[in-house]
Design a protein around this ligand. Structure first.
Ligand code: SF4
Length: 369
């Protein structure tokens, strides 16, 4: 079985070629070509004698993703459908998104094909988990987008398909590869990893990134969506076992260990998580550690939801037939909720609904496999 060079960190690559008696300096050359210049074949690795390329080809491969379809939104957001086949032949399709904004190009990266966290509002969750992606498949989404568009992303958000902390080791390997100075050298300040929150995982993540200078400034986003335990459990079933008090403790640990602010992702469910009590609890949360809240409009989905989301989904679907984004961002009640939060000195941003017309916005990624 050949090893995928795209999934090997520099240190791991050095160890692997060391076993073949290839000098360590070759690892730097190979890594730079594969991850910096995005060589898609061993024959394209610069500076290697032909015999060495042939020798390497016996043990290694460069596995790229199959480009299946690119869809472009009217706001220029692009959604990429990729085919991924692992060494066990388990072929899956995954999606990644490129969001183009003034001065920044953000890639939304997937870490799993499907997801078994089962969040009620999320199309990926309805797929169930097909399999975890390898580190090579995670980085290949970014490389595939660069190759197709010529755009090198300024920011990466691990908010695509899947729960990053349920595929932890490949996630961490991918982060090390992407931030390596000999590769794309993406600054850790420009990377955000998002989780619905698993007890023990946030602490481990804090320990792991704080002990690695290349990963030190990675930001954490918690998919919060409600500070009310009962409603949050309806939205995010795994929060029954990973309760808010436990998660809050881990966020405090994360901040103390890394010094990095935390972002709370908060889907706005009109009439369900925008009461005055919600505002008070969010204001209290903001005072716990330095943080900010991203409000995300609820992007309607085309599958059945449990009450009370079912009624809201229908209502929004009816209102937005002609201009989804315009309605979502201009909803009077949404703007009023934001104003009430600001009055309580909460740092709050309204996230745009980039790509909502091509089902590329938050909660909408899903493919038929
Ligand atoms: S929101 Fe994230 S964790 Fe929840 S089901 Fe969707 S992909 Fe999984």
């Amino acid at each position: 079985m050949k090893l995928n060079l795209r999934g090997l960190k520099l240190q791991a690559l050095k160890e692997e070629i060391g076993k073949l008696d290839i000098p360590a300096f070759r690892a730097d050359q190979i890594f730079s070509s594969v991850h910096g210049k995005l060589a898609g074949e061993i024959g394209l690795i610069k500076g290697l004698p032909k015999e060495l390329q042939e020798y390497l080809s016996r043990f290694f491969a460069i596995e790229t993703l199959e480009k299946i379809l690119t869809t472009t939104s009217k706001d220029r957001t692009e959604k990429f459908l990729f085919g991924a086949g692992d060494t066990a032949g388990r072929n899956v399709k995954i999606e990644s998104v490129l969001i183009k904004e003034e001065g920044r190009n953000t890639v939304c990266v997937s870490t799993q094909a499907g997801c078994n966290a089962g969040c009620e509002f999320c199309a990926t969750g309805k797929m169930g988990l097909l399999r975890n992606l390898t580190a090579g498949e995670i980085v290949s989404q970014i490389y595939g987008i660069i190759t197709e568009t010529g755009i090198i992303p300024t920011n990466l958000v691990f908010m695509g398909m899947g729960e990053p902390f349920l595929n932890y080791a490949p996630l961490m390997d991918a982060l090390e590869i992407l931030t390596d100075k000999k590769g794309l050298a993406i600054s850790s300040r420009k990377i955000t990893v998002s989780t619905v929150g698993f007890a023990g995982r946030i602490k481990k993540f804090a320990d792991d990134i704080s002990s690695n200078p290349n990963l030190r400034n990675i930001k954490l986003a918690l998919s919060l969506h409600s500070t009310d335990r009962g409603f949050r459990e309806t939205l995010i079933p795994v929060s029954k076992k990973n309760t808010l008090p436990e998660i809050y403790d881990e966020l405090v640990y994360f901040y103390r260990k890394t010094g990095n602010k935390v972002t709370y992702e908060y889907i706005y469910f009109e009439g369900l998580n925008d009461t005055d009590n919600d505002v008070k609890r969010l204001a209290k949360l903001q005072r716990m550690i330095p943080s900010n809240i991203n409000i995300i409009p609820f992007h309607p989905v085309d599958f059945e939801l449990k009450p009370p989301l079912e009624i809201l989904n229908k209502k929004i679907n009816e209102k937005i037939i002609h201009s989804k984004e315009k309605y979502l961002l201009n909803s009077k009640n949404l703007l009023d909720f934001i104003a009430r939060l600001k009055k309580e000195k909460v740092i709050v941003n309204l996230r745009s609904s980039s790509g909502v017309d091509i089902n590329a916005a938050c909660g909408q990624l899903a493919v038929k496999n």
